[in-house]
Write a protein that binds this ligand. Structure first.
Ligand code: G6Q
Length: 553
């Protein structure tokens, strides 16, 4: 279907503009004081997850206008087009069907009338069987030893998802091999991993849809050289390297047996691919049952997204609140604060998911969007962040909305830690909202016996205005099922925001120019002819070349 073109004069947009001045008229804390049901009114649950968005500067009129905007922008129709396998990624002429990867056989996902599920299920089963054979020791290295270390070599979408999820689900990984991830072309990354490994017991998973990505191929070549330099024969490559790719010819030329290549399809975007064979390393880590549970959690969220009305639809609500904060209240960034150490890589994962998808300035029709799109996504796990950047969240000059992500049960057995962790997460969202008044600071200092002078001097520093927005997302635990639902929630949020802004969330042309220029500069650094550069770039190349030539001499 064609998307309605973006219109800031539309009735819903104008209604929201009219509501904007009211957003700050009543502070959040007062909204709660006036309405005992506020938290329940602005919370929703699906696939085991609860989203509490009540600590945002909105009321029922704003919410109704936001939902009207979603209806006006035909979000439900676009969602149906997505699920119907239409080629909604129009700049690349591709369908977008990562939901099929976590659906059961017979789910009916099709592209151009061809059911994709038989192929999806076939690769899924082959890949899970392979993962189990590595875990069980049935798959051995060239010399017959079981695999003790798995190194995933990939970058971007072929790295961030499995890396994040392996860390998040480490508690599920008992009995499997140790997992390592190498993405950066910076040799420190690969060298640091290889130093501790034995070639005879190491399996490399080369994850690259195209099998041409510079970083991945450089790292894969170096890993292969490491194996051969250790004295293993070329025939060993087939036992120590497998590939996740769509490029059979390149895989075979590398020395990998295409029987050990796990494919996927052009309708799986890199940053949406952790559910495909790109999740092979994760499947080796958490095993077949864990991987299936992850898929099922995501599938539950998919069903909710497909079926729930807009006003009760978690991804739609998360997207609408984000759009309200970005476009109407003008907040330029969004902090992701998982209160879970295993989710340490989640902010980086969501950075790619949101910023590569919606960090765009033009609509699908080529016209400028005309309003701010994706905010800067950043964050760190709590409670660490509290001792670092939370100062700015509480008292800085920019208001930064926060997504607090709280798994209610831990994956470890240490007593009492989790009570303290949850208390801190909840306390931070409250503190951001209520702040601390000058009056409260004065009384506290007076009660502590401070002099009047000292009180007058300290009050401005110790006061904070509060009224700062946040969402809280509660997960029952940090299980594969909960993680799957959480990631699918953000994926669909990204889709909905793209639909609201009228942009294509599924291409990434903005990353191409730097890659092209790097190719030319790499040739120059190797002694090739100098290109046409500005003064700064030419001087930097000259200095880099001098250092490289020095080292080579
Ligand atoms: C993600 C992007 C990008 C991609 C990497 C790796 O959506 O497309 O991050 O995943 O550039 O690409 P390959 O898998 O082809 O190596």
């Amino acid at each position: 279907m064609t998307r309605p073109s973006f219109d800031t004069h539309s009735p819903a947009w104008r209604a929201l503009e009219a509501l904007r001045p009211g957003a700050h008229a009543t502070p959040l804390a007062q909204r709660f004081a006036a309405d005992a049901d506020r938290a329940a009114r602005f919370s929703a649950t699906a696939a085991g997850l609860t989203l509490d968005y009540s600590k945002n500067a909105l009321d029922e009129a704003v919410l109704a206008a936001l939902v009207a905007l979603a209806a006006e922008r035909q979000v439900d129709g676009l969602r149906d087009a997505l699920l119907a396998g239409e080629r909604i990624n129009r700049t690349e002429n591709r369908a977008v069907l990562h939901m099929a990867l976590r659906a059961p056989q017979g789910a009916g996902f099709a592209v151009d009338g061809v059911d994709v599920m038989p192929a999806v299920v076939a690769v899924r089963e082959r890949m899970l069987a392979f993962a189990e054979s590595v875990r069980s020791g049935e798959w051995t290295g060239h010399g017959g030893e079981a695999i003790r270390d798995v190194v995933n070599i990939g970058i971007g979408g072929s790295d961030l998802g499995p890396r994040m999820a392996c860390e998040a689900l480490a508690a599920e990984a008992a009995g499997g091999p140790r997992m390592h991830f190498v993405s950066n072309v910076d040799g420190h990354a690969l060298a640091g991993v290889l130093d501790a490994l034995q070639p005879e017991t190491t399996l490399f998973v080369i994850a690259s849809k195209t099998f041409t990505t510079l970083e991945t191929m450089r790292n894969a070549d170096s890993a292969r050289a490491w194996l051969l330099d250790a004295g293993l024969p070329r025939a060993a490559i087939a036992r120590h390297f497998v590939a996740v790719s769509t490029h059979a010819e390149a895989v075979s030329a590398f020395g990998i047996d295409t029987a050990n290549m796990f494919g996927f399809w052009d309708w799986v975007g890199g940053r949406f691919s952790m559910w495909s064979a790109v999740g092979l390393s994760l499947a080796i880590a958490v095993g077949e049952a864990g991987f299936r549970a992850l898929l099922d959690g995501a599938h539950q969220m998919d069903r909710h997204f497909a079926e729930a009305p807009l006003a009760a639809n978690l991804p739609v609500l998360l997207a609408l609140v984000g759009l309200w904060n970005r476009d109407f209240l003008g907040y330029p960034s969004l902090c992701i604060a998982p209160y879970a150490e295993p989710l340490a890589r989640l902010p980086a994962y969501l950075q790619q998911l949101e910023m590569e998808s919606n960090g765009k300035s033009v609509r699908l029709d080529g016209e400028a969007v005309g309003v701010p799109t994706c905010p800067v996504i950043w964050g760190e796990p709590g409670t660490n962040g509290q001792h670092a950047f939370f100062q700015l969240l509480h008292q800085g000059t920019d208001v930064v909305p926060v997504d607090f992500i709280l798994p209610l049960r831990p994956s470890h057995g240490l007593p009492d830690h989790h009570r303290l962790l949850l208390a801190n997460g909840i306390a931070q969202s409250k503190a951001l909202m209520v702040g601390r008044s000058a009056e409260a600071v004065r009384s506290e200092l007076a009660a502590a016996g401070r002099s009047a002078d000292e009180i007058a001097r300290l009050v401005p520093h110790r006061t904070f205005a509060g009224n700062r927005p946040s969402n809280t997302i509660l997960l029952p635990d940090l299980s594969p099922r909960s993680l799957g639902a959480l990631i699918a929630l953000y994926e669909h949020k990204v889709f909905v925001q793209g639909a609201l802004w009228g942009i294509n969330s599924f291409d990434q042309w903005g990353v191409e120019l730097g890659k092209q220029l790097a190719g030319g500069i790499a040739d120059e650094l190797a002694g090739g002819p100098a290109g046409a550069h500005d003064g700064s770039t030419a001087a930097l190349i000259a200095r880099a070349k001098a250092a490289l030539d020095d080292d080579a001499a």
